[in-house]
Write a protein that binds this ligand. Structure first.
Ligand code: NA7
Length: 535
């Protein structure tokens, strides 16, 4: 093993979070390194390069706001950014600010252990040159919310003789489906984006659906030059507005109640939003997220749209979500998803009614039928929000493991800090708004907060900072209470850990919106980091 590397801060992950964190800490005069599993920057967007992979937040808003020059020089080409464009953007950011020299690529972190005596983190990783220890005062988890992909535990998978892929670990060179019989398991955002693209090449496509999702049209296309020029001319104002809404996007939620305005107005507003495209429809009335009666109106509307698009009534019926409210699972934003089921070579199998019993050497078997496949695509999601942390052996004071501390669900103060894990901060961690908002806005707020907190510690001669246990408990309770005020817990979603067998069912993101959350974080800072033990 090589001699330990000693820096001020070690950052794990080189996605949006890690790149910005490195930039900020370096400008602060700290020596920082980033450890990254992939061989390039991009984080979630590095791995999710499946056909059709595209962000559901519009391009001008899904970008860094920290440098007006960067905003002006970068040109987005489409309304929603596709994976290659996001990859190119992050690569540009890394080069523009000369970040790569402090990023260790192809480096997988195995453990992060707090050394009580030295008050340092010891992070062990393996990379191209073997095992490496990095010692640092601060350890920043920029590990992403959707970075730990999971194949379900279906018997027989190892016997399958065809090709197997997961959307979240897609091969660099792409996959050619031409002339092949393809099975896609999973109909979340990834499946819904990939299915229409795979159908363009495959000779036959079988979609295995356990739970149908609510999906709305993206209406993607080239970015309207006039709109883009207008955003660029007003970018400061656009960013300011984005930071002042619950979602981190520069448009406020609807102010009318769907229950007060009458059916004609409800129809009019839904129609307007359907033709506008994107998931803004999910917040077009003020009560869609809190009243099941209001929410049912939108659910009925989307089910009605499925009927108008899908020609076969039995298939349309199978595609309609029935048992959870719109938005309790993230609304999918698609291009031709429902219409894909009108193609003669595309079939839908309801595996809720007929569960997959095993993977055979030739394909997929349900209790009723066997489906022969050349390629299997798992679009089965992630061990979300906690998976990328719990796969690292993280130990705080007295060797206490984070896995144990979180055995009953993640516990954090503000999603930023964990009691007993000094000087460890997480960007967009569980307990923060993260995945319920525009991730880039949420990430920027966190990175800036962490950077300023570190500066405060350094300026005040403080060695360590960590959440006080009672504040952590209070925050966990608050996150839970806020989720209870919404409809968010009424679906078996990854927000609740429901997609991972055995994972505790705890609502992980903070549903109170970015505005209220930011105020709370600012307040904590203004009060000398109230709720943190500073030593
Ligand atoms: P998701 O949203 O977690 O979707 C995973 C899909 O895979 C979902 O339809 C699951 O059905 C299905 N799934 C998972 N395990 C199985 C098994 N064993 N059998 C059949 N079907 C299964 O992940 P995505 O990658 O699509 O999207 C993640 C986020 O990325 C998304 O929300 C956006 O924020 C971007 P289930 O619903 O659990 O019944």
């Amino acid at each position: 093993m090589r001699a330990p590397e000693r820096v001020d801060a070690v950052i794990i992950g080189a996605g949006f979070s890690g790149l910005y964190m490195l930039k900020r800490l370096r400008e602060r005069g700290l020596e920082a390194v980033v450890l990254e599993r992939g061989d390039d920057v991009g984080g979630t967007w590095y791995w999710n390069r499946y056909p059709g992979a595209r962000c559901d937040v519009e391009s001008p808003y899904y970008s860094f706001s920290f440098d007006p020059e960067l905003e002006q020089e970068w040109e987005w080409t489409e309304r929603y950014p596709a994976q290659p464009e996001l990859q190119a953007y992050m690569s540009h950011v890394a080069d523009r600010y000369d970040l790569r020299r402090d990023i260790r690529f192809e480096t997988t972190v195995g453990s992060a252990v707090f050394d009580d005596a030295a008050r340092e983190w010891e992070v062990t990783s393996s990379g191209p040159q073997g095992e490496q220890v990095t010692r640092a005062r601060f350890c920043i988890m920029a590990t992403g919310c959707l970075s730990s992909s999971r194949n379900p535990d279906i018997e027989g998978l190892e016997d399958f003789t065809g090709e197997v892929y997961h959307t979240g670990e897609w091969p660099q060179g792409g996959v050619d489906f031409t002339g092949k019989r393809v099975g896609v398991i999973g109909t979340g955002s990834s499946g819904i984006q990939a299915i229409p693209e795979i159908a363009k090449q495959a000779s036959h496509l079988t979609v295995f659906q356990r739970t149908p999702n609510f999906s709305v049209p993206a209406l993607n296309g080239p970015l309207d030059p006039e709109f883009w020029a207008d955003v660029k001319a007003n970018y400061r104002d656009v960013r300011k507005r984005a930071r002042s809404t619950p979602t981190g996007m520069p448009f406020p939620p609807g102010s009318e109640s769907a229950l007060d305005v009458g059916d004609a107005r409800v129809q009019e507003v839904f129609d307007e939003h359907w033709t506008l495209g994107g998931f803004r429809i999910g917040a077009c009335f003020s009560d869609l997220g809190i009243s099941r009666e209001a929410n049912d109106k939108l659910a009925d509307y989307i089910r009605g749209k499925i009927d108008t698009i899908v020609e076969d009534p039995a298939t349309a019926e199978k595609l309609k979500p029935r048992d959870y409210p719109v938005g309790a699972k993230r609304i999918c934003v698609d291009t031709d998803y429902y219409a894909t089921f009108n193609l003669p070579h595309v079939d839908l199998v309801d595996v809720r009614a007929n569960p997959i019993s095993r993977i055979t050497p030739e394909g997929v078997a349900t209790g009723q039928e066997e489906y022969a496949m050349d390629v299997l695509v798992f679009a089965t999601g992630y061990d979300a929000m906690t998976g990328s942390l719990s796969r690292i052996d993280i130990r705080g004071r007295d060797g206490r493991s984070l896995r144990d501390h979180w055995a009953a669900g993640p516990k954090t103060y503000l999603g930023l800090s964990v009691a007993g894990f000094p000087n460890m901060f997480s960007v967009a961690g569980p307990g923060s708004p993260s995945v319920l908002t525009n991730m880039v806005t949420a990430i920027e707020l966190h990175v800036e907060w962490i950077d300023e907190h570190i500066a405060y510690l350094c300026q005040n001669g403080l060695e360590t900072s960590e959440a006080l246990p009672e504040f952590e408990d209070e925050w966990v309770q608050h996150v839970n209470d806020v989720a209870d005020m919404t409809l968010m817990k009424q679906a078996n979603s990854w927000y609740l850990g429901a997609n991972v067998p055995g994972k505790p069912r705890v609502f992980m993101p903070y549903a109170g919106g970015l505005t209220a959350y930011t105020q709370r974080c600012d307040q904590v800072a203004e009060q000398g980091y109230h709720g943190f033990q500073l030593a």
